[in-house]
Design a protein around this ligand. Structure first.
Ligand SMILES: [Zn+2]
Length: 352
């Protein structure tokens, strides 16, 4: 199996993360990527650097004004001086504009050119600080997903994208939950361009809200997400079972929220429900949004999976025998994510 990553993805080094009214050290540490890389090396899988595709593959799922913002925000921020106040070391919002719109439809561009206004408009929470090199990492993480999709399109069967920063909370025009560009959606769009009928299966502990939103009105891209009950867990506002899609997309989004504390058995039952729905949909290719923050000792987990669960998830996804791009999403216990990836790949490869 080919796997992709570039050291450019380590440049994003967030310093601040506000949670429960306190500033914490962020959970998305560059060392996460090292742990995953080391696990791949033990399996004899060497990482290849993606080529530089520029912004074009991101434009397929994100709005131009949003990408313009991400690319320029840090520079504009550092130039700010408001009433004698120096800006902080990273771009962070201090506004949360009200929005009520149609899922799957991008908003109009931010009406104000102010970087303060645009930061509130495009960054939805306080887990997504933009530092001096964040854009480079965001762009290159997306390229890693594109390169994995291209490897699958070239007949590779399956490929792994070691994406960091993660992507599945990024909407068409909004960052959130450590995510800026939706790598899984970008990979899906790449596959769709060739195949016309693809699915995204998200097994991260959090609802893949950005991915759902991007494809919500579509009947040619199915989205299935297994995650902890969002009524008391990020992303809170979406991820409920009654969200089934809209318009032509009705019936092509499936959410399988699980009670907090759910064990391997409960999670794997949901995986079986998800794969059954995918078999009914009959996609030509699959993106697996793979997170390890469902592990019982993960610092932000409310699920209780053992490492062995990832082997069983791998078996079930591998048994679909679809061209598959595996995109790395969350997982924040640095000591656990390498073994979790190894478990997943051993199950996945054995089943194919
Ligand atoms: Zn997560």
């Amino acid at each position: 199996m080919k796997a992709f990553f570039t050291d450019d993805q380590l440049l994003h080094d967030p310093q601040q993360y506000m949670r429960l009214g306190r500033i914490h050290k962020p959970a998305d540490l560059p060392s996460r990527a090292h742990a995953l890389r080391d696990a791949l090396a033990l399996r004899g899988i060497a990482l290849e650097a993606p080529r530089d595709y520029g912004r074009a593959p991101l434009e397929g799922v994100h709005s131009t004004d949003y990408l313009d913002y991400l690319e320029t925000a840090y520079t504009l921020w550092r130039e700010l001086k408001m009433r004698g106040v120096e800006p902080g070391i990273e771009v962070l919002p201090n506004l949360s504009p009200y929005y009520s719109g149609t899922p799957g439809v991008a908003r109009a561009p931010c009406p104000s050119p102010s970087v303060v206004a645009r930061t509130g408009y495009y960054i939805s929470d306080l887990s997504c600080p933009l530092g001096p090199h964040s854009w480079r990492s965001i762009l290159r993480s997306a390229h890693t997903a594109v390169a994995a999709a291209d490897a699958v399109l070239e007949g590779g069967g399956a490929a792994y994208a070691l994406c960091r920063p993660s992507g599945h909370h990024a909407h068409r025009d909004r960052a959130g939950g450590f995510c800026f560009a939706n790598n899984s959606a970008i990979a899906a769009h790449r596959l769709w361009d060739r195949h016309g009928r693809v699915a995204v299966f998200d097994v991260d502990a959090h609802h893949g809200d950005g991915t759902q939103n991007i494809f919500y009105a579509r009947d040619d891209v199915m989205t299935v997400s297994i995650h902890a009950d969002p009524s008391n867990y990020y992303p809170f506002y979406t991820g409920y079972a009654h969200e089934r899609g809209i318009g032509a997309g009705e019936g092509f989004n499936l959410n399988l929220p699980l009670p907090h504390g759910a064990s391997d058995e409960v999670f794997l039952q949901a995986v079986d429900r998800g794969t059954a729905a995918l078999r009914d949909f009959k996609p030509e290719a699959l993106v697996l949004a793979l997170g390890f923050d469902s592990y019982k000792d993960d610092p932000i987990s409310v699920l209780k999976l053992d490492l062995d669960a990832y082997r069983h998830i791998g078996e079930r996804v591998g048994a679909l025998k679809l061209p598959t791009v595996v995109v790395q999403e969350g997982g924040y216990m640095v000591e656990a994510i390498g073994p979790a990836l190894d478990m997943f790949l051993s199950g996945f490869e054995a089943a194919r």
